[in-house]
Unconditional design. Structure first.
Length: 124
């Protein structure tokens, strides 16, 4: 009887903590805000035009994305969208959740954009 209870608790904890970063850390998407001086600049992420500043977009979490901000009459700015490890991934490491780590890796939840807001000073 006790063995069944312990087995049930073990299975439940693995299921509850599968994909900590996916569940607790917002999954494979994240909101990122962009602003500029002057306002009204076009923001492209990964080569796709996304919005006009000031704005907020929800992006798939990926590494190696590049931001391009441009406005007519001003120099364009290109820079990488910075990422860091999503600390919720540690939940999988602590409980030994290989299935959760795999889930997080497959949907991009192992990384997060940091910072999640960007401000650009455009020069004439």
């Amino acid at each position: 009887m006790i063995e069944r209870i312990l087995l049930g608790l073990s299975v439940s904890s693995v299921l509850l903590f599968t994909g900590c970063a996916t569940i607790a850390g917002g999954g494979g998407k994240q909101a990122v805000s962009f602003s500029s001086e002057p306002a009204g600049a076009s923001v492209s992420v990964g080569g796709a035009q996304m919005c006009t500043t000031p704005c907020q977009v929800t992006l798939d979490r990926k590494q190696d994305l590049v931001i391009k901000v441009e406005k007519e009459g001003y120099q364009s700015i290109t820079r990488p969208l910075e990422t860091k490890m999503n600390t919720w991934v540690l939940g999988n490491v602590i409980i030994g959740g290989l299935p959760g780590t795999t889930t997080d890796a497959l949907n991009g939840a192992t990384v997060e954009y940091s910072p999640n807001n960007y401000h650009f000073e455009l020069k004439k």
